[in-house]
Design a protein around this ligand. Structure first.
Ligand code: HSE
Length: 432
């Protein structure tokens, strides 16, 4: 077999970068004999002096200036693993313009500036690999681009953030507090440098935006999307939901129907029997519904150095083998609009903290009725609080399908009742 040499320049050697370095070295001779590709890490760029020492030991040329990698004409593929918008975006654009193919794990950049980056990819006729940006080691992007999209994707649902799924799983076992579960997720390398990106649902929003672009050809505007995190979920909601046959998950969704696409991220009640509900701990998963091929389910480690490094390596190898650039805008002629968040329709779960006295439920139902919201079931839970004179009880209610904007107005009115003692909890139910 004729062996091809591919020179890789790595910018950013943190959790993923160092795992990639290790994996590429470990698999070097297998890759060479199996694929006939000799992957050489020809430059390593990082700001950390510790990495300089490691590079020295491995005999890899080291620099602290990304430009040294980007301007090095011997380098074929630039792997960007520093994350964030700046200067990562600048490095990717100049690498493409210098004729290099690029591999990145940068979901925030693709979600925020994807149009510009994909346009540069088309103009320069280079390849861009970003498998590592969504679902870490699970090959969901390749599966969409190479296969599923030809079956007509209607809906894609995912649990796209390991940190929050880990926290919700721990909370459902009631063995660990929110903050200690977060600490263990951080220690395992799952969390973002700023974990509020995980907790507030921003990391999931970035990932579902990338998936929505691949499935439907357009990137949504982040500000217009319903994006909520898990801060307001309490263990009692998780246990009440379970009694009703649901798990509470931070769910991301992109769906197309009747010429409109909805993209959203929020905690949701997912039927316990569904594989998404069984995605536990730091695992991620994606459920894809296609027109002609039926339903597909992917699950695996979506965070952490080793799984993500596997996605980076697989992109480097794919690009080295064929380097046929995708036309990422092939789908963009689709004439659809994004659905306004107020027009979303769900069944809802409510938990009211109400004074236990005659007429309270009547007041709540009256407000709901005034917005044409129909009640499906109501249960009053055991009281575990008392405030001043009155007894406070949790009332758990499920509604029939209703419009989000009506629900929000009704909730605001209910929260204003003097008998309601804390902000009511509202969670959306995902029918799947
Ligand atoms: N912070 C992300 C997560 C990992 O917790 O899933 C990388 O995308």
């Amino acid at each position: 077999v004729k062996v091809q040499v591919r020179r890789v320049g790595l910018i950013g050697c943190g959790v993923i970068g160092s795992a990639f370095l290790e994996l590429a070295r470990k698999k070097h001779s297998f890759i060479k004999s199996y694929l006939g590709i000799d992957i050489r890490i020809a430059a390593l760029c990082d700001l950390n002096p510790k990495i300089k020492r490691i590079a020295g030991k491995l005999g890899i040329p080291f620099t602290s200036k990304a430009e040294d990698v980007i301007n090095n004409s011997d380098i074929d593929i630039v792997v960007e693993l520093i994350g964030g918008l700046n200067p990562a975006g600048k490095y990717i654009m100049s690498s493409l313009r210098k004729g290099k193919d690029v591999v990145t794990a940068n979901k925030a950049l693709l979600a925020g500036r994807g149009r510009k980056i994909f346009k540069t990819v088309s103009e320069t006729e280079r390849a861009l690999g970003f498998e590592a940006s969504v679902l870490g080691g699970v090959p969901i992007i390749k599966s969409i681009l190479d296969s599923l999209q030809f079956g007509g994707i209607k809906q894609i649902y995912g649990i796209l953030n390991g940190t929050t799924n880990f926290i919700l799983t721990e909370m459902s076992k009631e063995s660990e507090s929110f903050s200690s579960a977060l600490k263990s997720a951080q220690a395992k390398g799952f969390a973002e440098r700023d974990p509020s990106l995980d907790i507030k649902g921003i990391d999931s929003l970035n990932k579902i935006s990338v998936l929505s672009f691949l499935c439907f050809g357009k990137l949504p505007q982040p500000k217009k999307i319903l994006a909520e995190g898990i801060e307001r979920i309490s263990p009692r909601d998780i246990s009440y939901a379970r009694e009703l046959g649901f798990a509470v998950k931070l769910l991301s969704a992109a769906k197309s129907s009747n010429g409109k696409v909805e993209v959203r991220v929020h905690p949701a009640l997912v039927p316990l029997g569904h594989p998404l509900a069984k995605t536990d701990g730091a695992l991620n998963s994606v459920f894809v519904r296609t027109l002609t091929g039926g339903d597909f389910f992917f699950s695996g480690l979506g965070a952490g150095g080793k799984p993500t490094a596997l996605a980076v390596l697989s992109d480097v190898l794919n690009i080295s083998r064929k380097r046929v650039p995708y036309n990422f805008f092939a789908n963009s002629g689709n004439n659809f609009l994004f659905l306004d968040k107020g027009d979303l329709i769900f069944r809802y779960y409510f938990r009211f903290s109400a004074l236990d006295k005659p007429g309270v439920l009547a007041k709540i139902s009256k407000i709901l009725a005034s917005y044409r919201i129909s009640i499906a079931s109501v249960t009053q839970k055991k009281s575990d609080l008392s405030q001043g004179k009155g007894k406070i009880v949790p009332i758990v209610m499920l509604t029939h399908a209703a419009k989000e904007s009506d629900i929000l107005k009704a909730k605001a009115e209910i929260d204003n009742l003097s008998e309601i003692r804390e902000k009511s909890q509202m969670l959306r139910i995902e029918e799947l």
